[in-house]
Design a protein around this ligand. Sequence first.
Ligand code: HEM
Length: 159
Amino acid sequence: MTFSFLGIHRAPTMALCLSLAIVATGCASMSGGKQVAPTASLYSRLGGYDAIAAVTDDFLGGALSDPRIAPFFKGLEPRDIQRIRQHVVDQLCNATGGPCYYPGRDMKTVHAEMEINNDVWNAFTSHFNPTLAKFKVPERERNELVNIIGSLRGSIVNR
Ligand code: HEM
């Protein structure tokens, strides 16, 4: 399975920007030259929409290539994967304080029939930290993102 359409090749540019954005001095190239204050939303501190999309692409690329996870997505068409990817970006953008609307279904409904247990959850989320490290996301923003993902656990793990 390849997921090159997820746009992973854009990651190096974003990585640079993301790492700059987070020193609380802002990411000039991605925020139109504006400085990003430490009190700004997580969305802004991460570098905005494109940075969040790049992080999502990298994370999903790793998770969906994982043999422990891939079977859950078996049979889905590329357009389905594209929709899921877009919905995860919208969801993260929204949850971090960005100007996005999440148009997808609620997490409990989406994952209800999948029999996702703790092992599957841990396998899936194990791809998150390597992505955050690759993008040089500092501890504060890393913790905030991990908390956002962790808050979904109760709606997704159902075994
Ligand atoms: C970090 C935790 C997770 C988040 C934020 C998340 C988010 C999402 C979102 C936004 C969608 C699309 C919903 C829609 O289009 O209405 C989705 C669909 C899906 N998720 Fe998750 N998910 C998570 C964990 C998991 C896990 C652990 C699995 C199983 C390994 C999984 C398997 C799926 C599958 C197979 C779909 C496609 C459902 C379908 O449209 O048929 N997800 N997820």
